[in-house]
Design a protein around this ligand. Structure first.
Ligand code: ATP
Length: 299
């Protein structure tokens, strides 16, 4: 698999305090990677490091295969855009002037990308209105448009839906999905709300206390959060044979337990197990919602 960003065992200390203590991350090209962790987990610290705003105390990362200590890292960083903490916009300028200013900063030859960018983030009708008078959602969208100047193919967004109303959240989500699908832009998005990320992310990195707890694909997360029945038996081999015969989907959890997905008649299962000389010890329904999965990982 091709990765846009990889980091292994990153550390960042502020005096004796460790904001990152062995964080690893692997962002596949073309993915929407959800970086999820509680407040203070280290999300912004990681993002500041990969944007080159801070250096790691220990450990390395690669951007497009270029190591952070390589002189070529600045060139690799030109392929990425970011909105860290608050959108970098000039409040006394209109949306259009903000984008023109960013074109100047990047040394772009002209402003030809500006109308298309305004349209992309649905700000083409914002007119001469100064961005200080924008709603939070409009400011966030303008921040994304600024980050899109220079046509990056990797966008890093730090808590992009923080403080937005439900409509603003939907607009940002749809914008991200559109940019990912239509322009194949890879995203790294941080959030402390798994439910929100789950509507768009294709893979996740769970971090806690500055460390990676788990990296998981959206398919794996969905399977982990599916409703199922956990059964405990005296003979796991007999249980697997019985479930195969009953054409039920299952996943073995331990040498005595398995999770069964889909409709399963406990009476029928118990009868079939009895015939194989296996005793059904217990059955419990499991409904691992996204948030409880998150809590089970990060406490
Ligand atoms: P949030 O969701 O609240 O933004 P976060 O996951 O982004 O949290 P960070 O901002 O990366 O967390 O902070 C991680 C830890 O590092 C926090 O305990 C924070 O107080 C600490 N920290 C961040 N910057 C500094 C700094 N400059 N000096 C000292 N401690 C810092």
């Amino acid at each position: 698999m091709e990765y846009v960003l990889t980091a292994n065992n990153l550390y960042k200390s502020y005096n004796s305090f460790k904001a990152l203590s062995g964080l690893s991350i692997h962002v596949p090209k073309g993915s929407i990677y959800g970086l999820i962790g509680k407040n203070g987990a280290g999300k912004t610290t990681l993002i500041r490091i990969i944007c080159g705003l801070q250096s790691p105390t220990l450990g390395d990362y690669t951007l497009y295969g270029v190591e952070n200590r390589s002189p070529k890292i600045s060139r690799a960083r030109r392929k990425m855009g970011a909105v860290v903490e608050t959108p970098s916009i000039y409040l006394d300028m209109s949306a259009e002037d903000n984008l023109k200013q960013q074109c100047r900063i990047l040394g772009l030859p002209d402003f030809s990308c500006v109308p298309e960018l305004l349209e992309t983030v649905c700000l083409e009708n914002a007119g001469r209105k100064k961005s200080r008078n924008f709603s939070l959602g409009m400011k966030q969208r303008l921040g994304i448009a600024v980050a899109l100047c220079g046509s990056p193919d990797f966008l890093v967004l730090d808590e992009p839906t923080n403080g937005l109303d439900p409509q603003g959240i939907v607009e940002i989500r749809e914008l991200i999905i559109r940019l990912n699908r239509e322009r194949n832009i890879t995203f790294l998005i941080s959030s402390h709300i798994l439910d929100e990320l789950s509507k768009l992310a294709t893979c996740y990195g769970f971090i806690d206390g500055g460390k990676t707890v788990k990296e998981i694909s959206s398919e794996e997360l969905e399977a982990a959060c599916r409703k199922c029945r956990r059964v405990k038996v005296t003979d796991i081999g007999a249980l697997c044979r019985t479930l195969d015969d009953m054409k039920l989907e299952y996943s073995v959890i331990s040498d005595s337990e398995a999770d069964i997905f889909g409709n399963c008649s406990v009476t029928k299962l118990s009868e079939n197990l009895y015939k194989s000389g296996c005793e059904l010890i217990s059955v419990s329904d499991r409904d691992e919602s996204l948030e409880s999965y998150f809590i089970s990982l990060v406490g």
